[in-house]
Ligand binder design. Structure first.
Ligand SMILES: [Zn+2]
Length: 168
C-alpha cells in the first residue's frame, strides 16, 4: 500500500485486527520513509457498482465518498465511529445485494436517509435538507413531521432537531 503522504511504495503493517463485528479488518500502517501513519480497511466487495448521477453521468461507486457525506451530516454529533461504519457497510451491502450493477444516486441517497433516521435525527434533517434540496418551508415541516412520528428520537429529541436546523 502506497504511503498517502510521500508516495513511498512500501509501507509496513504495524497492527491488524478485525472490526465492525468481523465484517472488516483494520490495519495500522507506518511509512518507513516519512514515518507517516495511516489506517486501511479490508472489506468484502461482492460486486463492482456504478453510480448513475442525476445528470446521467456514470462513476464508479466509492465507499469513501459515501462515508464522507454521511460524516458531514453527522459532524459534531455524539455518534460512535463504529456505528457509522456499520451503517455505511449496511448500505453498501444492500446496494451490492440488489443485483443491479448500476445504481441511481437517488437510491443511495434514500438508503442514507433511512440509515441516518435510525442513527441520529439531527443528522437526518441535515442530510435530508441537502439531499431533498428543500425549497419551501413545507418540505422542511414534512421531514420534521416524519421524525416526530418516529419512536426513537435520540437524546435531543425534536428540540435538538429544531435548534440544529435553525443553526444551518
Ligand atoms: Zn511516507
Amino acid at each position: 500500500m502506497r504511503c498517502p503522504y510521500c508516495s513511498c511504495e512500501e509501507t509496513q503493517v504495524k497492527d491488524s485486527r478485525p472490526t465492525e463485528e468481523n465484517a472488516a479488518i483494520r490495519r495500522r500502517r507506518v511509512c518507513p520513509d516519512c514515518g507517516g501513519r495511516f489506517t486501511t480497511f479490508e472489506r468484502v466487495q461482492l460486486r463492482e457498482l456504478v453510480v448513475v448521477k442525476r445528470s446521467g453521468r456514470k462513476v464508479p461507486f466509492d465507499r469513501d465518498k459515501l462515508q464522507k457525506s454521511v460524516e458531514v451530516a453527522l459532524r459534531k454529533r455524539p455518534i460512535e465511529t463504529e456505528r457509522v461504519d456499520r451503517m455505511v457497510s449496511g448500505i453498501v451491502r444492500q446496494l451490492e445485494s440488489s443485483g443491479e450493477t448500476e445504481v441511481p444516486s437517488s437510491t443511495i441517497g434514500a438508503f442514507v436517509m433511512e440509515g441516518l433516521r435510525a442513527l441520529d435525527p439531527v443528522a437526518y434533517v441535515r442530510f435530508a435538507s441537502v439531499y431533498r434540496d428543500f425549497r419551501e418551508a413545507a418540505d422542511f415541516q414534512e421531514v420534521l413531521g416524519e421524525i416526530a412520528r418516529d419512536d426513537e428520537l435520540g437524546d435531543d429529541g425534536i428540540g435538538g432537531v429544531l435548534s440544529a436546523a435553525k443553526k444551518r
